[in-house]
Ligand binder design. Structure first.
Ligand code: 5GP
Ligand code: ZN
Length: 118
């Protein structure tokens, strides 16, 4: 336990290589890896490299840089798992269902009969 929240953050540890992940994309601003408990096949988390708990504390330019990767990454994920569509999801804050306090965008591939309600 440290006073620096990033020190104990599992996504910071994944980004630094201290914890393993199945990486699908990486650039100077962000990295993307498969969700450990996928909602559907190919469920990916797009994660800014710098530690921010919620979007409000992130510089807007960084928010833009991360979201700007969605179309190309989404296209690659769709091709990889043969899904025609995907959902984007950000649980922004504990009351919104955020469990890992490091900003991340869920990219959830969708296809007919995938079992998700909507
Ligand atoms: P949240 O509810 O915070 O938006 O979602 C956190 C997500 O991170 C969950 O979908 C969960 O399955 C995923 N997750 C939690 N711990 C790990 C981990 O150690 N590795 C990976 N790859 N995903 C994780
Ligand atoms: Zn972090």
């Amino acid at each position: 336990a440290s006073s620096d929240p990033a020190q104990d953050c599992i996504f910071c540890k994944i980004i630094s290589g201290e914890l393993p992940c199945y990486k699908v994309f990486s650039d100077e601003n962000c990295t993307a890896f498969l969700d450990l408990f996928p909602a559907t096949s190919g469920h990916t988390l797009l994660v800014p490299r710098s530690h921010h708990e919620v979007l409000e504390t992130m510089p807007p330019e960084e928010v833009s840089a991360v979201f700007a990767r969605v179309p190309l990454l989404g296209k690659a994920i769709k091709a990889a798992v043969g899904a025609p569509s995907y959902n984007l999801l950000v649980n922004n804050g504990r009351e919104a269902g955020q469990v890992v306090p490091h900003v991340h965008i869920h990219i959830i591939p969708r296809k007919p009969g995938d079992g998700l309600i909507r």
